[in-house]
Write a new protein. Structure first.
Length: 198
C-alpha cells in the first residue's frame, strides 16, 4: 500500500482545521485508513513547544533554533508516523501556529529554505488579512480563551505571513493555493478535493 502524505498549510484563520475535519468525514465514508496529525500533540515536539513557551521566546526564532526544531520534528515523524507508512492510506498534516510559525517568523527564511526543510504534497490556504483577523477574533470569543500565541497576531503580522505564502505558491506551482476569502466551507472543500486529488 502506498501512503499518501498531505499537508494543509496557511495563515491562521484560513480554515485548515475545518477542512481537515471535512476530509476526515470523506475518508470515513470511503472507508480509508488515515491519521490526521497536529504535530504539537506528539513527542518530542510537544515538549519542545512547552519549553519554548516557558522560555518566553515568543516569535523570535534564530536560524539555529529553526533548524533545531526542524530536527526535532524529524525525530517526531520517525518515532510516530514513519512506522505507519505503507499501512495507512493517508497522513494529513494540519499545520498549527507552532509548526508553521518557525518557517514564517519575521521573514527570516526564504520560500526555498521552507521547501527544503518542509517538503510535502499539499494545499496552501489563505484568505484576506482582514478575514483572518476576524476569524481569529471570533474563535477567541467562542472559546473564551486568549492563550494561543497565534491569537495575538496583528493585522500587519498576518499580512506579512500571507505574502510569504503567496510567494511560496508562485515559486512552487506543485503546491495548490486556495483563497478562502468570501467562500463557504463547502466551496473551499470542493477546491481542496480537487487540489489534493481526494
Amino acid at each position: 500500500m502506498r501512503t499518501q502524505i498531505l499537508c494543509l498549510e496557511g495563515i491562521t484563520g484560513a480554515g485548515k482545521t475545518t477542512q481537515a475535519k471535512k476530509i476526515k468525514q470523506r475518508w470515513n465514508f470511503m472507508n480509508k485508513s488515515y491519521k490526521i496529525i497536529n504535530e504539537k500533540e506528539y513527542e518530542p515536539f510537544k515538549q519542545t513547544i512547552i519549553n519554548w513557551h516557558k522560555s518566553g521566546a515568543n516569535q523570535n526564532f534564530s536560524f539555529e533554533l529553526i533548524y533545531k526544531i526542524a530536527k526535532i520534528r524529524g525525530e517526531t515523524h520517525k518515532n510516530n508516523f514513519v512506522p505507519l507508512i505503507g499501512i495507512l492510506d493517508y497522513f494529513l498534516f494540519d499545520r498549527s501556529f507552532y509548526t508553521s510559525a518557525i518557517y514564517q517568523a519575521v521573514g527570516e527564511l526564504t520560500s526555498e529554505q521552507i521547501i527544503k526543510i518542509n517538503i510535502q504534497e499539499g494545499a496552501i490556504l489563505i484568505c484576506s488579512s482582514e478575514t483572518a483577523r476576524k476569524r481569529i477574533d471570533e474563535r477567541r470569543l467562542k472559546t473564551n480563551k486568549y492563550t494561543l500565541p497565534s491569537m495575538h497576531e496583528s493585522l500587519e503580522e498576518i499580512t506579512k505571513r500571507r505574502e510569504l505564502y503567496l510567494e511560496l505558491a508562485r515559486q512552487h506551482p506543485e503546491l495548490y493555493l486556495i483563497d478562502t476569502t468570501n467562500k463557504t466551507e463547502n466551496e473551499v472543500f470542493e477546491e481542496v478535493k480537487l487540489g489534493l486529488k481526494l
